[in-house]
Design a protein around this ligand. Structure first.
Ligand code: UDP
Length: 311
């Protein structure tokens, strides 16, 4: 396949490019680098099956030649980033999705949207199944991301119904691994860099809120299976292993071998209290489930941040 990946220089986008190239596909990666970095794709420089274009996908996307698939991964994805770039976050979810769908339509390509567990907001149903419609505050600080992803899903389905495009919607739950930006503000890079620097880990609220963390290689495998499947309905992709943030902080301290303290800071507005994917649909329709355990995935991620600190 000849595949377009938007957000190619981001955390997930860059791993996706690697995966696709490893499987023999050709990738054209787009990114405007507001939260992504070319460091994530520099190892692909000179690769005949990879091309990078610095482009803001909220503007018209022109690519010459045939395209088999468009994977729309461009978006700030950390609460800290989307608070810093609220309008860009709304634009890339709305206008960027429109442009990416337009490209897929023009090229008669299949389309995959990187959606998010944030479409469920602060969920009142637990664990979250795909048929739950969510509990989102549209005007809260997280609304810029949540509503952008919800609009993106609505637009994707409208293109599917109206233009018959073969569209896929991946609802991605918390994913972690190498190439997360150390300063992106999410809990995994925050805790790891704090622990490696011997600083206290900043737990927001009382730390009883829960998340379920999926290692990036598992996630990317799920994305690919969804892409080549016949499924058009949204599919949750994530690791159902749920834990409290305070327990997660203790695990990071243990695995880094550090002796950091834990300090408690204010809980961000509308921070979801629980989150766990129900992955029955992914298991049944894609034969997919995560295989990398938390300790293994965290150990690899900690190694990455250790090397980054030395470079
Ligand atoms: N969090 C925390 N300390 C940090 C960063 C995040 O306690 O330094 C909490 C945050 O309040 C949330 C959870 O960790 O409850 C996951 O946050 P993240 O920003 O990774 O993403 P979210 O799942 O909220 O989108």
């Amino acid at each position: 396949m000849r595949v377009v990946v938007t957000g190619a220089a981001g955390f997930l986008g860059s791993h996706l490019c690697d995966y696709l190239i490893d499987r023999g596909h050709t990738v054209i990666g787009l990114d405007n680098l507001i939260t992504g970095t070319t460091r994530n794709i520099e190892h692909l420089a000179g690769n005949k099956r990879f091309k990078f274009i610095n482009h803001d996908v909220t503007e018209y996307i022109y690519i010459s030649g045939p395209i088999d698939a468009v994977l729309h991964f461009a978006s700030p994805a950390s609460p800290v980033d989307y608070l810093e770039f609220p309008i860009q976050t709304l634009k890339v979810g709305a206008l960027g999705t429109h442009k990416a769908l337009g490209l897929a339509r023009e090229k008669k390509a299949r389309f995959l949207l990187a959606s998010s567990s944030e479409v469920y907001g602060d969920p009142l149903v637990h664990p979250q199944q795909e048929d739950y419609w969510g509990n989102v505050n549209p005007i809260g600080p997280r609304g810029v991301y949540d509503e952008a992803k919800r609009f993106a899903e609505a637009l994707t389905f409208a293109y599917h119904r109206t233009h018959g495009i073969d569209t896929k919607i991946a609802r991605i739950f918390n994913t972690y691994g190498p190439r997360m930006r150390s300063g992106d503000g999410r809990v995994v890079p925050n805790f790891i860099t704090q622990a490696l620097d011997g600083k206290p880990l900043t737990v927001y609220g009382d730390g009883t809120q829960t998340r379920s963390f999926c290692y990036v290689s598992d996630l990317v495998e799920g994305i690919y299976r969804l892409l080549v499947s016949e499924v058009n309905d949204p599919v949750n992709l994530g690791n159902p292993h749920e834990m409290s943030i305070i327990d997660f902080a203790r695990k990071v301290i243990e695995l880094t071998g550090g002796s950091s303290d834990i300090v408690f800071e204010k809980l961000p507005v509308d921070d979801p209290k629980v989150r766990q994917p129900d992955i029955t649909r992914a298991r049944d329709l894609l034969g997919w489930e995560p295989t990398v355990g938390l300790e293994e995935g965290l150990t690899r991620t900690i190694d990455y941040f250790r090397k980054l600190a030395k470079s």
